[in-house]
Design a protein around this ligand. Structure first.
Ligand SMILES: Cc1ncc(COP(=O)(O)O)c(C=O)c1O
Length: 428
């Protein structure tokens, strides 16, 4: 048909994006890394302290096991929804040694990482309009996962003066008719705070009494501080399967975040529903890393213990280094993270993080992305660097925001600084 006789195409009407998605802030790590593209290198190589990844490769035999598994045609087929039995057996044994109690193979489901474990769990624990208590500062992916499902994250404020530990009485006062779960992250992201076993036990009692799920994210359980070897006694309670859902990640302990493997422990009622979400969203977790991990969980126990000591040495190095940075103060430190207060002269945490990345080449995450109460802090993930680089951090921080007296009464301007909440969309 000649073009002049073609019927006019109707005007384009843009389809809508669900408000639950449009209201979620952009992923913060790439946004913060983008600031460092302006860094010209004058203070040395860029230092990326944004992401919680171990700063060394997997064990060489793990790499061999991964390569072998990836070349196995069986690993290219769909696997069991639950995950590989051999890995679930190995993890169940590891958990019994670590926690005591009776977690069994049947209690465990393997997921494509702890983040998807959280998402799959929330798909069956909370419906749109329900509420979930998240201690603040919170792990931003938890809040994003809830928001995407139309579930409201209710902030449970944790205070610096209380070591950023959540208070069960404050939590009890926030429980309402739509509350479905309380989420605890220990060791914590972003503060590194480690909850004492008796405090976790008090939250378990609260959840039991109020008919709530206790969702415990223990992604960093292999990095407890020296001297604390048992994180909690939940798996020794005869009733844990009725209300506890525990999340684990193989990303950090085995240095394989790119292979995407985590695990979820829970009782029969939870598992009966969970498997529906698994079948829909994940089908099965990636098989080659599961084959390799079934070998690695018992075989690399000593290597994992060595990693814990390496991270502890980095934590100590970071503490020593920051003690020599006059305007900066560590408010909490543990596992992979330091939660550092920005100097009073900085307008806000986003401005401070942006300047630090663009002018000094140190890339961190501003506290504002970790929800209410995160402002005026930066999260520095020191696990992802070595002690030499950590020692250089004070030099990079020096003079960025001198106290007004040191700057002869002037407030230091933050050129191009973003307002709080930007560029991450919605302010918490
Ligand atoms: C508390 C917490 N949960 C879950 C995850 C995600 O772990 P995975 O790589 O297993 O999805 C992280 C990663 O940073 C985390 O800090």
């Amino acid at each position: 048909m000649p073009p002049d006789q073609m019927p006019a195409r109707p005007a384009f009407r843009a389809p809508a994006i669900a408000p639950t998605a449009a209201g979620v802030p952009v992923p913060p790590i790439p946004a913060c890394r983008a600031w460092a593209t302006r860094y010209a290198g004058e203070h040395g190589a860029p230092l990326d302290l944004t992401q919680a990844v171990p700063g060394w490769p997997p064990h060489p035999e793990m790499l061999t096991a991964l390569a072998r598994a990836a070349g196995d045609p069986a690993a290219a087929t769909y696997g069991l929804l639950e995950g590989e039995t051999a890995l679930r057996e190995a993890l169940a044994e590891d958990m019994r040694l670590f926690y005591g109690g009776d977690p069994a193979t049947d209690d465990l489901r393997i997921t494509a990482g702890a983040n998807i474990g959280f998402n799959l769990a929330m798909a069956v624990l909370a419906a749109p309009g329900d509420e979930v208590l998240l201690p603040t500062p919170w792990f931003f992916n938890h809040e994003m996962a809830l928001a995407l499902r139309g579930v409201r994250a209710v902030p449970l404020p944790c205070r610096a003066a209380e070591g950023f530990l959540p208070d069960p009485e404050r939590a009890a006062a926030l429980v309402g008719p739509r509350t479905r779960a309380i989420v605890l992250v220990t060791p914590n992201n972003p503060t590194g705070a480690v909850m004492p076993p008796e405090l976790i036990g008090r939250f378990a009692d609260l959840c039991r009494e109020r008919g709530l799920w206790l969702v415990l994210d223990e992604t960093y359980r292999d990095f407890l501080p020296e001297g604390q070897d048992t994180p909690h006694g939940l798996f020794q309670r005869p009733d844990w399967r009725d209300f506890v859902v525990q999340l684990y990640s193989f990303s950090k302990a085995y240095c394989i975040p790119g292979h995407r493997v985590g695990a979820v422990a829970g009782g029969p009622v939870f598992r009966g529903e969970f498997i529906k979400a698994v079948d829909n969203i994940q089908i099965c977790p990636p098989r080659p890393p599961q084959f390799a991990l079934a070998w690695a969980v018992p075989a690399l126990r000593e290597w994992r213990a060595g990693n814990r000591a390496r991270i502890a040495a980095r934590a100590a190095a970071f503490r020593r280094a920051l003690a020599t940075a006059p305007d900066w103060r560590i408010d909490a430190l543990g596992a992979y993270f330091a939660w550092v207060r920005v100097p009073d002269a900085a307008p806000d945490s986003t401005a401070a993080a942006e300047r630090l990345a663009a002018e000094r080449g140190v890339v961190s995450l501003p506290g504002g992305v970790f929800g209410p109460g995160g402002e005026r802090h930066l999260r520095l993930a020191f696990a992802n660097t070595d002690e030499g680089a950590i020692a250089a951090v004070p030099e990079r921080l020096a003079g960025l925001y001198p106290r007004p007296s040191a700057a002869r009464g002037e407030r230091v301007a933050a050129p191009g600084a973003a307002a709080p909440g930007r560029p991450f969309g919605r302010s918490p």
